[in-house]
Structures are given as C-alpha cells and as structure tokens.
Design a protein around this ligand. Sequence first.
Ligand code: GLA
Length: 372
Amino acid sequence: MRYTTAAAALLGLCAQAHAATATRAGFGQLADGTKVEAVTLTNSAGMSAKIMTLGATLQSLVVPDKAGHKDDVVLGYDTAQEYLSRPDYFGASVGRYANRIAKGKFALDGKTYTLVTNDGPNHLHGGTKGFDKRMWKIDSVSSGTDAKVVLSYVSADGEEGYPGELKVTATYSLNDQNELKLEYRATTSKPTVLNLTNHSYFNLSGNDARDVMGNMVTLHAARFTPVDATLIPTGERKAVSGTVFDFQTAHRVGDRIRDARDQQIRFGRGYDHNFIVDGAAGTLRPAARVEEPVSGRVMEMSVTAPGVQFYTGNFLDGTYFGKGQRAYRQGDAICLEPGVFPDSPNHADFPTSRLNPGQSYVNTIVYKFSTH
Ligand code: GLA
C-alpha cells in the first residue's frame, strides 16, 4: 500500500515536471487607474507566451533558437498603457471586424449599418475602440498537458455601430510540442457580422535583431484577393502563379516586395493582402510557414479560416518605440491574420461573415514552432 502511494506520488511528480504551467500576475495599470493582468503560459520545451487582459493581447512570445537561446519573437510594448497610447494592434485580438469594411457601411436583412471610417474612407479593425482596446476578463487559468487561459469580453448591442450583443472568448493554450493554439468563439443576440483574429507581428530573429526581408515564407494559397488603392478587395480571386504573390514554394520576403511593376505591390506598399488558404475552410489546415535562416526558428501556422492577411509591417515608420525602446521600421515584422476576407459583408460571393443567434462562431489558429 505504502509502495503504491509512493509510486503514485513519483508518477505525479514526473507528470508535473513535464507539464505546462500557467501563472497569473499583475501587468501594471492604465493611465486611468485600470489594473491590467497577464497570464504567462510556460512549457517544458523552453517556450512561454504572455497574454494580457487589455485586448486579450499576446504581449510576448519567447521561443528558443537552434542553439537554445530564448528570445521574444513578437513586437509590442513593455507597458500596457503604451498599447493604448500608440496603438497598432501589436499582438491584439481584433474585432468586431478585423480588416476593412468599405466606406464603413454594410447592409443586413435590408437595414444599412454605418460604422466609423478610421482608415481613409474605410472602417478598419473594429473602429475607434475595437476589441484590442477593451479590457477582457480572465475566465479560467489551468496547467497540465496544455497550459491554458480563457478570456472573455461581452460587446454590447450597437457597440461601434454593430448589431447584436456579442459574447466572445479567446482561449490561448500552449503544449510541450511548442504549439500555441488560439481559439476565438462567439455567439450573438441578433444577426450580425464579425471577423475575429489575432494581429501578432512576428520577427523570428528574436528581439528584432534583423528585419524580416530575409525570412523564407511559404503560403499555402493558390489565389489571393486583389485590392483597390484603399485596400478594399475588387472581388476578384486571382491566381498567384506568375505574380510576386506566389509563395506556394518558399521565397524570401524581400526578393519581390519592391517590384512596383505590380500595381498590387504599389497599393499595399508591399504585401498587405488576403490570401485564400487552399483546402476547405472550417477544417484546420496548413496556411503558412515562416523560416528565419540565422536563428533557425520556424513557425508553421494552421488555420480554420478561409483566408489569411499577409502584412509586412508597411506602416511601421520608425516612430513606434517598442519593447526595450527599439524603433520599429517598415519590414520589421510579418503579420499573418487568419479570418474571412476583407469587406465580406459587401461581397455576397465571399465566405460569409454573418452570425445568427443560436450559431457558434469559431476561428482556430495554431502556431507551431521548431528550428531548422
Ligand atoms: C492590417 C492591415 C494593414 C494595417 C495593419 C495595422 O494588417 O491590413 O493595412 O492597417 O493591420 O496597422
């Protein structure tokens, strides 16, 4: 009996040694006194992810390189207030509608809704005070095979002009296989439109030692959605073959990014386009692979979403000073934002962004890290 207990205790200890852990702590406060918290998920393979309650934001993501050195591979700020003072969606959970809605207008069941225009003539990333600038609640924190945090936010009917009360959760979990999984879920009280995503800016060199021009990128996408000069899709689904948008095999980001013979590169100032992920939306399938040749870090992304916005930090202009007072400049990061296509509410033939009462919205993203 005593032996069994001892063996059980030992087994328990071993399990614990390999378990991923979640710890909750304060993360300072905002200028108005609001207290911010953060949960750090740590696995036994050297990875950790810190998620803060402001914007359900991935504030840091520490990943070992091929020599085992651990570095933070996402852009952001050291303090919560800076995420509000100089917002650029660093690591944020974006909603209600990530990406653009043309002229801030859409119709649903015969009624026209008007949203703020905060990106030239268009609505961007949920408006003036989107989900990235809201305080999310920590619903649960758990350790085990996965270290996990569930955050939630209730968006009132009419918030930022969108219909329906929307109840949203963001679940981040980290396992010992170096997979960070992120799942957005939502339900609504009235028919509405939504597109929830995460807007992490990845720089796999760690601490932004280098820009991302030398990163090798593969996008599992045979087609993309070309845009007009204001970055609204024209409606076309264009084959990438023979264009600078063909990342079906690995290409250096920088090789074709300055090819201004392509009007789409001129419109985007580089890459800022939605790629249509191959395969069936709704099933988790490979969308992208990014490899940083010097550190050897590799990130593979799988998604359930129909599309992924590939954005190369084209608006970073050296006036954003991030973690460790580092100036962020154009091309310092890669964003891969899985979701429905931009401006879907105004394109009947795009995958739908509509959610009805009684339905559950799910958007799952898996970021898997390894070294090459
Ligand atoms: C998205 C958009 C970009 C830009 C960034 C945030 O990636 O597509 O055009 O607005 O968000 O700066």
